[in-house]
Design a protein around this ligand. Structure first.
Ligand code: 5AD
Ligand code: SF4
Length: 485
């Protein structure tokens, strides 16, 4: 990330008549300046400033990428708005399950119609779905009005791609199969002023048999710890008090570095940053969660009392077919150890129902784990076949109706467990980071406990971004009502 004033200083020195720099990020600074000229000209032709809008699907990684893309849009001179009426719309896509893909095609149908009435409108597609060759073929055939397509590895090139797009009438496609590059120091537009995601690693090497992520996000690459610390220090100097360290499997952080470093060591360094109040991270793979990490969490004043620990399935047979590298017993032992060491922690999880060959008896084992661990929340998904993954070739004799029945059975237990877990703090006083004015009642504000549970209480916008003590007066299903004290 780069601050606006730092960027402006660099841009001032760039001469667009000189050769395009070969090295990053200088090359992108050059293109930010060039794209500025183009956008200025387009805005003059239109008689108003060009507007842009980004729509994000999928996970926190994508949300973070969209902040970077939006930062570049602002830097090149767009007015960023929250409406698909904008002169440029980008869709940052997800492909983890097929319904994410279908939603993108649905949106494309609508903006395609808008573009017919408004031919200067530009449509860009990026993100995980674009890393699949079959998707690109479909877009070329059925959505030929799309102006720009890029993938997950080259989002830092957005200014360059925008310059290309505005200089061409043809669809620009730039997809890289993989990369070992990490380009830093580009602009980003953060959604919240007081909290921010921070990438600590990219890609994934786990190859769970159902999962497309390693194919669309590439091999695992860890960021240099010095760059991570520098970025967090900068964020803190701008008023950020909570960071979420992001990676597909944060527990394997640092293995690919020239000087290997563990995730726990990184956390110790982040903890030292003065002014930073809360540290979260996402996502942990149970197979790599070390005793050292439990120890660091236990002794930390800043690491939040929340651990997202995807289970995926409770049957060892299915876990083996999923290539998860742990058994039901190993997962349970780990969960118990965490609970023993950090009693006030809340555990959340992801579960897939309907993996090829998963029977009702297998799902009974998942239900057993849910009851035994007592998750504060669990995200449950119906298995979606992803072309190119090993599971896509596995026969599935289980009917859709049976899968749905198993899913509903699990969901009921998940909801009952979460409800009874969440109420356990009623009557206690806890610190809450206030995030926003309540969506439904503007006399209330909404914030989060360290354990990630939502709390609503009386307050005004002056509290946003502050950590305050709140008495949790009433548990209402998945959230609390409280009173500031
Ligand atoms: N089908 C259904 N759910 C999936 N997930 C990943 N791949 C699939 C798939 N093919 C779920 C996992 C993961 C979460 C982000 O999405 O539970 O943890
Ligand atoms: Fe995130 Fe995976 Fe979806 Fe990509 S495919 S947006 S990494 S969940």
């Amino acid at each position: 990330m780069i601050r606006n004033d730092e960027l402006e200083q660099i841009l001032e020195e760039i001469d667009l008549k000189s050769d395009v720099p070969a090295d990053e990020p200088m090359r992108q600074y050059y293109f930010i300046k060039k794209a500025r000229e183009i956008i200025d000209l387009e805005s003059q032709k239109l008689g108003r400033r060009l507007t842009a809008d980004g729509e994000t699907f999928g996970c926190q990684m994508n949300a973070k990428d969209s902040e970077k893309l939006t930062g570049i849009l602002k830097a090149v001179g767009f007015e960023v708005i929250d409406s698909e009426d904008a002169d440029l719309v980008f869709y940052n896509t997800c492909t983890v399950r097929d319904n994410a893909n279908q939603r993108v095609y649905g949106r494309l149908g609508i903006v395609g119609g808008m573009k017919k009435k408004n031919p200067h409108k530009k449509i860009a597609l990026c993100g995980c779905m674009m890393q699949e060759p079959s998707v690109i073929e479909k877009i070329k055939k059925s959505y030929s009005f799309v102006d720009l397509i890029f993938g997950t590895h080259n989002i830092y090139k957005f200014a360059e791609l925008l310059s290309d797009m505005y200089s061409s009438d043809r669809m620009i496609i730039d997809i890289w199969e993989d990369t070992d590059k990490i380009v830093e120091d580009l602009p980003a537009k953060r959604k919240y002023s007081f909290k921010s995601g921070v990438n600590i690693m990219y890609g994934c090497n786990n190859y769970c048999s159902y999962c497309i992520v390693p194919y669309v996000r590439g091999r695992e690459r860890s960021r240099d710890p010095k760059d991570i610390i520098r970025e967090i220090e900068k964020l803190v100097s701008e008023g950020v008090i909570e960071v979420m360290l992001l990676g597909q499997n944060v527990n394997s952080y640092g293995r690919t570095l020239n000087e290997p470093m563990s995730f726990s060591q990184l956390l110790r360094e982040v903890e030292k940053i003065e002014g930073l109040e809360r540290i979260r991270f996402m996502t942990s793979h149970p197979k790599d969660l070390s005793d050292e990490l439990i120890d660091v969490m236990k002794n930390s004043k800043k690491i939040c009392r929340h651990l997202h620990l995807p289970l995926q399935a409770g049957s060892t047979r299915i876990l083996k077919a999923m290539n998860r590298c742990y058994t039901k017993e190993q997962y349970l032992e780990l969960a118990h150890k965490i609970r023993r060491e950090i009693p006030d922690i809340s555990l959340t999880t992801d579960i897939i129902v309907g993996f090829p060959g998963e029977t009702a008896a297998d799902v009974d084992e998942t239900i057993e784990v849910v009851k035994e661990v007592g998750y504060d929340n669990a995200f449950t998904f119906i298995y979606s076949k992803r072309t190119g993954t090993p599971a896509a070739g596995m026969p599935n004799p289980i009917s859709d109706a049976e899968i749905k029945e198993n899913f509903d059975r699990l969901l009921k237990v998940v909801q009952e467990t979460a409800r009874s877990r969440i109420g356990r703090l009623t009557g206690e006083v806890h610190s809450v980071l206030v995030e926003e004015i309540n969506e439904h009642d503007d006399a209330l504000v909404t914030g989060r406990l360290s354990n990630n549970t939502i709390v609503h209480f009386k307050g005004d916008s002056g509290l946003i971004g502050k950590i305050v003590n709140v008495k949790l007066t009433q548990a209402c299903g998945f959230y609390y009502m409280g009173e500031k004290i």
